[in-house]
Design a binder for this molecule. Structure first.
Ligand code: PHE
Length: 359
């Protein structure tokens, strides 16, 4: 019997060290320690032995059983390591391969331009703020000094939603200016934000689509003044159009939410059928701006004797058209793959001040 045990031990040890994978190892485990396994078979024999025999064989068989379990466990550890290595080798990805060859989609020019704008303003210390597309009448109009009977309401070609039980109508925001209101109501100055996003007006031709994009800027502090506005816009437009200098013309204008209000033109040339920003004999109207009206500050709970600031609003689609040379706004939203392929941007080519805005 003792001999039987030691030859079985040798046999099993050889089998286990020859097992090439986990499946083979499992087979050996079943064939030895399993219910009908060789070791278990010997253990069953204990019942028919004399007490003296059992005293010797019991510990010997138990020892064998433990030994077999140990060598199985040790082999398992080795095989697991080997299998992990094999898997790592087979799933290896070469991260140095150029991505371009594999990229199927591209970044839409609007998304690209929004990223460029956020990057430039981040460099100037601005946060990005957001608001919902469906706004309250208060945030979109009333708080911005456009009460019910104000003529500016007619200019906005507003999409109204069905009124609720109390008769309040929500609107699809007609500009990003309600994000100014939300920000002033929820944050303590100093405030320095831009708010890019979708806006809606019932209008459609080559330069108007019912859904379009704006970016709002808002700075509120104790002594923010018009010079800061001009400097900010100059820094932004220079970086955005990737030119060394821009000349701005601030024209007096009117917006209910700013006082004084200014329309901002940028010097450009239309020579040779393309727009060149930075020099030339022409002016291109590019955004609306002004000092935040004291009535708006009050409506948003800020004391106009303490705080003042500026705001500006600008069409993102128009900026994209000017920078990248598209002439029909409607094409932006046609989802024409050929157009997207032509004007789209590489997904991993993020705009940065250091690396360049557009590449
Ligand atoms: N909200 C204005 C528009 O949509 C733009 C604007 C924003 C003007 C902020 C001045 C200040 O036309």
């Amino acid at each position: 019997m003792q001999e039987q045990i030691s030859s079985l031990r040798e046999e099993i040890t050889a089998q286990v060290s020859g097992a090439e994978n986990m499946a083979a190892l499992e087979e050996i485990r079943v064939a030895t320690l399993g219910k009908k396994g060789s070791v278990s078979g010997l253990m069953k024999g204990l019942g028919g032995m004399s007490p003296d025999e059992r005293k010797v064989m019991g510990p010997a068989l138990n020892g064998l059983k433990t030994e077999v379990a140990d060598i199985l466990a040790a082999r398992k550890e080795v095989l697991e390591e080997v299998e992990l290595e094999a898997r790592l080798a087979s799933e290896r990805v070469d991260v140095t391969l150029p991505v371009q060859e594999h990229a199927a989609g591209s970044v839409h020019p609007i998304s690209q331009v929004m990223d460029e704008i956020a990057e430039i303003f981040a460099g100037l210390g601005f946060d990005v703020a957001e608001g919902p597309d469906i706004e309250t009448d208060f945030n979109n109009f009333t708080a911005l000094n456009i009460p019910e009977e104000h003529p500016a309401r007619q200019d906005h070609d507003t999409f109204y939603l069905k009124p609720d039980a109390e008769g309040n109508r929500k609107v699809l925001r007609t500009h990003t200016s309600p994000v100014q209101v939300r920000t002033m109501m929820s944050k303590e100055p100093p405030i320095r934000i831009i708010a890019p996003g979708r806006t809606y007006r019932s209008d459609s031709d080559a330069t108007h689509t019912p859904m379009f994009h704006q970016v709002e800027g808002l700075v509120i502090d104790k002594d923010t003044h018009l010079g800061h506005l001009k400097g900010t816009l100059e820094a932004f437009l220079k970086a955005f159009f990737e030119v060394d200098a821009v000349t701005l013309r601030l024209r007096p204008s009117y917006f209910p939410f700013t006082e004084p209000s200014m329309e901002v033109d940028v010097q450009c040339s239309f020579d040779g059928g393309t727009v060149k920003i930075g020099d030339g004999n022409d002016w291109l109207e590019i955004l609306g701006s002004g000092m935040v009206n004291t009535k708006v500050l009050e409506a948003c709970g800020l004391d106009p004797n303490v705080y003042q600031g500026f705001a500006f609003g600008c069409g993102i689609d128009r900026l994209a058209m000017l920078k990248y040379g598209m002439n029909d706004l409607r094409a932006f939203f046609d989802a024409d793959l050929r157009w997207l392929k032509h004007y789209g941007f590489q997904a991993l080519d993020l705009p940065t001040i250091a690396g360049g805005m557009s590449r």
